[in-house]
Design a protein. Sequence first.
Length: 240
Amino acid sequence: MSDSRALVLFSGGQDSTVALSWALERFEAVETIGFDYGQRHRVELDCRLTIRDRLPALSPIYATRLGPDHLVDLTALGAISETALTRDSEIAFARTGLPTTFVPGRNLIFLSFAAAVAYRRDCRHIVLGVCETDYSGYPDCRDDTIKAMQVSLSLGLDRRLVLHTPLMWRDKAQTFALARALGGEPLLDLVIEDSHSCYLGDRTARHGWGYGCGHCPACELRAKGFAAFLTAPDDTGPDL
């Protein structure tokens, strides 16, 4: 498998957009993979196409390195998931202590399909925008989970895969700062204007940090991070 090729899990959200830009700076050939799992905020699938269309204009490197996109139909996951991300139900905390937006097994399934595509496309590296520093409490976003999946996938495929999580130890403010450090104001503007994180899929209200309902947990986290970014815009967190 090629060390110069990477596959990025790209949803169209803020984190995966920054992760994609991070990958484009590091690998000679970068492909993307997205998943339609019947998500409530399905508008993100449209946003990911817009971002892919606009990224090449930001940098000759991006234009040269950005390769094909793969969209996988995982509607079966939505059909078996009774969650606030796959049903029109209240966003709250369940008796388990986890938010009702947690889709059990989602990232584990995403990574399994991504690994199968990476195997076929000769990509040793898989990049994803999960974060344990400033997140919603999802256990499949934790560093230990990703490390365990790297071992399992490499063993199961008999090929050494490397899972990269450039945002794992960055909060949302540092993610905004990283976007600007990677691609300047044009990339930061793209993240704000075209990425989507709102759980309700609301793109009718434009805030300083981007589009969203403004009150779901994803919007609150993004708004808080953007406010912190404006007061400390040079802190990108860990080394690039």
